[in-house]
Design a protein around this ligand. Structure first.
Ligand code: G3P
Ligand code: MG
Length: 236
């Protein structure tokens, strides 16, 4: 079962920062997940929330900030003073950091309705970096996934179920040739994992931070887990 470092090794360093991605690599993570937003001037930035209230003590929405303004915000101190130098990474910086054997899961927090042109920018970047075969684009915003598919016939797509019914999910996943159904721990029931497998889809489950949950999900035949603790892979 693949262990995907969720927002980097976010149990050890501030989430979605270069420090957390470096830490995940140091820990031998085989895969890394991150979340993407877009600034007013169309830079792709790596952060989880629409604003930096939680991780940067700044209320402004990322879509209202220019890259230069966003890049000035300290996104590390909230976690620990030691990380006061951490700044918002751009997606391209993280792409450049990851060695070619590490799988990258790029979660689009919103599609073009919020961030005009974001799908095209992400697809272009992945292509330019020659990272198409090791990058999976996922989103709760399924319209964005349709857009990704229309831009790149070969894109690897993960379908985050969210509040969508399974019936709709199967139809949409087929339309866009998704490769995985991405579920929360609560949604990861034996029958759902089985139904996905029967349809030829992998299942990836978030956020799994204990060996007990990991082992339970492994028994169900889940293909991967998103974890803040990449060492879950080594605790076997
Ligand atoms: O992609 C899996 C997981 O990251 C989805 O939830 O809120 O942690 O981005 P969230
Ligand atoms: Mg995410």
């Amino acid at each position: 079962m693949l262990v995907i470092a969720h927002r980097g090794a976010s149990g050890h360093a501030p989430e979605n920062t270069l420090a957390s991605f470096r830490r995940a690599l140091d820990m031998g993570a085989a895969a890394v997940e991150l979340d993407v937003h877009q600034t007013l001037d169309h830079e792709l930035v790596v952060a989880h929330d629409d604003d930096l209230k939680r991780c940067g003590r700044d209320k402004r929405r990322l879509k209202t900030l220019r890259w230069q303004e966003a890049a000035a915000i300290d996104v590390g101190s909230w976690f620990d003073k030691r990380f006061a130098a951490e700044r918002l990474p751009r997606l391209e910086e993280v792409c450049d950091l990851l060695p070619s054997h590490v799988e990258l899961h790029v979660e689009l927090k919103h599609g073009s309705r919020v961030y005009p042109g974001i799908e095209e920018r992400v697809v272009d970047l992945i292509r330019k970096r020659g990272a198409s075969s090791r990058t999976v684009v996922s989103s709760f915003d399924h319209e964005a996934l349709y857009m990704v598919r229309s831009l790149d016939a070969k894109a690897r797509i993960g379908y985050l179920l969210g509040l969508t019914t399974l019936k709709t999910a199967w139809a949409e996943m087929r339309d866009i040739a998704a490769e995985s159904l991405n579920l929360s721990v609560r949604q990861a029931l034996a029958r759902t994992v089985k139904a996905a497998r029967e349809r030829g889809y992998k299942t990836l489950v978030y956020t799994v931070n204990t060996p007990m949950d990991r082992d339970r999900l492994a028994k169900l035949g889940v293909d991967g887990i998103f974890s803040n603790y990449p060492e879950l892979d080594l605790w076997r």
